[in-house]
Write a protein that binds this ligand. Structure first.
Ligand code: HEM
Length: 176
């Protein structure tokens, strides 16, 4: 089997793209959903997608720990391998940390916006509120900034591999 034919397994690939699209949407448009001043106010969409990302990401992390990824192309330099590992694990931390810190941040919402507390997850139950004992709720918006930077780095790296290195890295994550 050549390096180009080595791919992640089907479950990992589908989880990558479903969570990836949800993360891109939430990072770049999620804040707008809960900003009344911008004319939009869809807190239930924000929390429903956030909880979806959390559930899928916990499943994805478990799957990842049981299914190590295929070896990286041998042409990659050690620093590139290190940066890719750091980026990937930072994504896992964000995919799980962002929804959790959001549920902590919402515990202060009574002051800022009582309606946020009424937001429902797909109309099934009210958004769970976690006690913000360590003040981690404040890191929710910081995480959004970090996430945007990581997405730009990650997509930039994927494009570099595809167009510059031409090493078939993108194929490792493509459904076909
Ligand atoms: C257009 C958007 C994207 C492209 C083209 C893309 C492409 C890729 C590729 C080619 C890989 C495999 C890298 C390797 O073989 O080591 C990968 C892995 C990964 N991507 Fe993306 N990605 C995109 C969006 C995202 C987003 C938004 C996230 C955030 C959740 C994300 C999270 C990850 C993670 C965590 C891995 C590592 C998977 C693992 O080893 O467990 N990706 N991506």
């Amino acid at each position: 089997m050549t390096e180009q034919n080595i791919r992640y397994n089907t479950v990992a690939i589908w989880l990558h793209w479903i969570i990836g699209l949800l993360m891109i949407f939430m990072l770049f448009f999620g804040e707008g959903l809960i900003q009344r001043v911008q004319g939009t106010f869809y807190p239930s969409v924000h929390v429903s997608l956030g909880i979806t990302i959390l559930v899928l990401s916990v499943a994805r992390l478990a799957w990842r720990l049981m299914n190590p990824p295929p070896a990286l192309p041998t042409t990659m330099k050690p620093w590139e391998v290190t940066v890719s590992h750091i980026t990937h694990w930072a994504f896992y931390a964000l995919m799980i940390g962002m929804p959790l810190t959001g549920m902590m941040d919402i515990s202060h919402a009574a002051v800022r916006n009582a309606e946020l507390l009424q937001a429902s997850v797909f109309g099934l139950f009210n958004v769970p509120v976690l006690p913000d004992l360590l003040g981690l709720g404040q890191t929710h918006s910081l995480g959004a900034v970090a996430g945007k930077i990581l997405v730009i780095l990650h997509v930039g790296a994927a494009l570099k591999h595809q167009l510059w290195n031409k090493d078939g890295l993108l194929r490792r994550m493509s459904p076909h």
